[in-house]
Design a protein around this ligand. Structure first.
Ligand code: HDE
Length: 713
């Protein structure tokens, strides 16, 4: 543990519950030392096992009960510890202490997740990603349970079970796993015009991130900040990754799902182990209460975002993940988030989606973790001690002293006391409430297309192509033509070209939207909440395109060095040093995992054999210099494997660098027939070639050249 981690109050609290088996004897759960862990107790060597074998019974009983229910949504996830540091005080807006004092550090645990798949599903599913942060503040736990997309599919919690049932595997045959490309999801979506903005995001490359470290995080709903004078501001929360927002290609995602379904989990784990700590800027968009109605959308509507052109994001803090969990189940699986875990100075709004969440999260922990004492599980404990009169329940850990478990009391001197506001006692925002009880949707929520248009307008050409093709992919898996037609009808409200592009490729025509006439009251039929086509007030917004993201870093990018015996040592070492100095990770790929002997006798140990890894696991490739090495790689047995490996990286628009004497390899690949200049294909020609390669890696991909790179066969 380094000094920073020792100072982390949450980590020191966890130490009390952490064990280490190093140099210890095996024991039962009662602490009894075990002398034989190989054989059960029997009537004879070949006899029946005795019921009295309490050691066997304990071991098997525990094993029988090892599984707990997985999360109903967000089951597949990975997490890490870290710290949140405040760089700019928000005291003007909120009295939350962790957001007041510049320089203050608050321990955090962050869990990233996919939504639809089971706990064992692939990381690379086309899906929204969860981005849930637990801040262990001095005033109690504050949970910001967000996503990597700033809006949501539905406007009201009432529709959440329907949405989730629609996207999960279909109930008759439990197919498909971790995928939205099926009938029931698109049936639901085609009837829910309010989903269309989120559909634009979910079909964009945001739904197939390169890494958890390269995703944004959003609180999604509008929340409230309350300052010490009681003044209220609306706030939207943002996390912006220092490494930029980057994605993989869809064909790459599908292949990664086979070659390394733990791709994101591994990436997070390894970058932290390697000291390349993932970092985000934390930002807020702040809107004074009196400006609530200044927008052409409702701040309470979770299918809308606040364009950064209207309200800039103020960057006020840094989130850094610097420590992997010691135990996945104890920490990542048992962590229990809840948007209702608040601290003074932060409050909810009436967003009807958020309001429903406030019920759901404690409820789900009860079924998942099995007891109302889930807050006592070490990862869930607040760093300040809990004092209240709640008692007992399954698996109670806390030993609360004294006779008294009620309030008011005189026997216990009235303790624990209620805290006054000035002592940090939480008070809800004193909002005036006046209205009729109705089961209805506000008219201010019925505009479903203008922000979907804004998102589509904001995309670069390659991003638009990817989005269109994602829709084509998904809808091609829908077996009901009328559903495909309805979705296309919805798309037509967003963009005519988009609708006709998709229609042509999924075998339907663009028609006037025909919503089924269901036998329910018209005003309660979601299909009737269809809005008119409307132009967005903000036509397009820079922040919505990944094209405009950070592209000047190669930190933690994985560069595959392809080499064989006879490779040029000097050349390998020099480039490796340059890349590693900038924080990239170099991994050697050999013809097999056997040691590679270089031209001067130096031994390189490959991490991978080219036969057992695919180029999708790398951000860029270097074909190392050396005649002998090239000769071995171009041996008839190796040649097809090596060329396919490189061709695939080419197809995925990656940077590929050819060292000296590698023309034979270059000529064997599809790259040799390229017709135009390609800044990410570099030959070692001059002193600045290495620098060009570094720049190409930092740019992530040459998406602009995707058509060209894929068109030659
Ligand atoms: Fe969740 N959501 N959600 N959700 N959600 C859960 O809680 C729910 C919503 C989000 O890493 C569950 O502990 C309802 C929006 C994340 O442990 C459950 C509604 C956003 C995670 C639940 C929503 C989220 C969850 C399942 C609509 C983005 C994973 C397991 C009313 C702002 C947290 C659990 C983790 C998890 C309910 C909508 C984010 C069932 C009812 C919108 C990141 O309680």
């Amino acid at each position: 543990m380094n000094k920073n981690q020792q100072d982390n109050k949450k980590i020191s609290q966890l130490q009390e519950h952490t064990t280490d088996n190093q140099d210890r004897k095996l024991t039962t759960n009662q602490g009894l030392k075990i002398n034989n862990n190989q054989d059960s107790l029997k009537t004879d060597e070949r006899g029946s096992t005795l019921l009295e074998d309490f050691i066997l019974r304990e071991k098997i009983t525990h094993f029988d009960h090892e599984r707990i229910p997985e999360r109903i949504v967000h089951a597949r996830g990975s997490g890490a510890h870290g710290v949140f540091k405040l760089n700019k005080s928000l005291a003007k807006y909120t009295k939350a202490k962790f957001l007041n004092e510049v320089g203050k550090e608050t321990p955090v645990f962050v869990r990233f997740s996919t939504v639809a798949g089971s706990a064992g599903s692939t990381d690379l599913a086309r899906d929204v990603r969860g981005f849930a942060v637990k801040f262990y503040t001095e005033e109690g736990n504050y949970d910001l349970v967000g996503n990597n997309i700033p809006v949501f599919f539905i406007q009201d919690a009432m529709k959440f079970p329907d949405l989730v049932h629609a996207v999960k595997p279909e109930p008759d045959n439990a197919i498909p796993q971790a995928a939205s490309a099926h009938d029931t999801f698109w049936d639901f979506i085609s009837l829910m015009p309010e989903s269309m903005h989120m559909i634009m995001w979910a079909m964009s490359d945001r739904a197939i991130p390169r890494s958890y470290r390269m995703m944004e995080g959003f609180g999604v709903h509008s929340f409230k900040f309350i300052n010490s004078e009681g003044a209220v501001h609306f706030v939207k929360f943002h996390f912006k990754p220092k490494l930029g927002v980057h994605s993989v290609a869809w064909s790459e995602a599908q292949k990664i799902s086979g070659t390394d379904p733990d791709f994101h989990r591994r990436d997070l784990w390894e970058s932290i182990e390697n000291g390349a700590f993932p970092e985000w800027d934390f930002g807020v968009q702040i809107i004074p209460e009196e400006n609530e109605h200044d927008f052409d959308f409702d701040l309470l509507d979770p299918t809308k975002l606040v364009p950064e052109e209207l309200v800039p994001v103020q960057l006020v803090g840094t989130l850094t993940l610097n420590r992997n969990p010691d135990n996945f189940f104890a920490e990542t699986e048992q962590i229990a988030f809840h948007p209702g875990h608040l601290v003074p100075g932060i409050d909810f709004t009436n967003d009807p989606l958020l309001q429903g969440r406030l019920f759901s999260y404690t409820d789900t922990q009860l079924s998942r973790l099995g007891s109302p004492n889930f807050h006592e599980i070490p990862i869930n404990r607040s760093i300040n001690t809990v004092h209240n009169n709640q008692r007992d329940g399954h698996m109670r850990q806390q030993i609360a002293k004294g006779k008294v478990s009620y309030e008011p009391n005189s026997i216990g001197g009235g303790c624990p006391f209620q805290a006054m506001m000035k002592e940090g006692g939480f008070t809800s925002n004193n909002e005036r409430v006046d209205g009729n009880k109705v089961r209805a949707r506000s008219n201010s929520f019925v505009d479903h297309y203008s922000q979907a248009k804004m998102f589509f307008n904001s995309q670069s050409e390659p991003e638009k192509t990817h989005l269109q093709n994602a829709l084509v992919f998904e809808l091609s898996k829908v077996t009901f033509p009328e559903i495909r037609e309805r979705v296309v009808g919805q798309l037509n409200f967003i963009n005519k070209d988009l609708a006709s592009y998709v229609a042509k490729r999924v075998g339907v025509e663009v028609k006037k939207l025909d919503m089924p006439n269901q036998s329910i009251p018209a005003d309660a039929n979601p299909a009737n909440l269809q809005s008119e086509e409307r132009e967005p007030a903000t036509k397009s917004s820079e922040a919505l395109s990944m094209e405009n993201t950070v592209k000047d870093k190669i930190e933690s990018r994985i560069i595959g060095f392809i080499m064989a015996n006879g490779v040029n040592t000097q050349d390998v070492k020099s480039l490796k040093n340059k890349l590693e100095n900038k924080g990239a990770v170099v991994q050697i790929i050999g013809p097999s995992v056997a040691s590679v002997i270089a031209d001067d006798g130096t031994v390189f140990e490959p991490k991978h054999s080219i036969t057992s890894v695919a180029s999708v696991s790398f951000d860029a490739l270097y074909i190392c210099s050396g005649k002998q090495s090239v000769k071995e790689l171009m041996h008839p047995e190796q040649k097809p494997i090596v060329t396919e490996f490189i061709n695939e990286a080419y197809k995925h628009c990656k940077a590929i660098y050819f060292g000296n004497d590698t023309d034979e390899i270059y000529n064997a690949t599809r790259i040799s027939s390229k017709k135009h200049e390609d800044p990410a294909i570099i030959k070692k020609e001059s002193d600045d070639s290495d620098q060009k390669f570094i720049q190409a890696i930092a740019s992530h991909r040459v998406w602009d050249l995707e058509k060209e790179r894929n068109s030659m066969d």
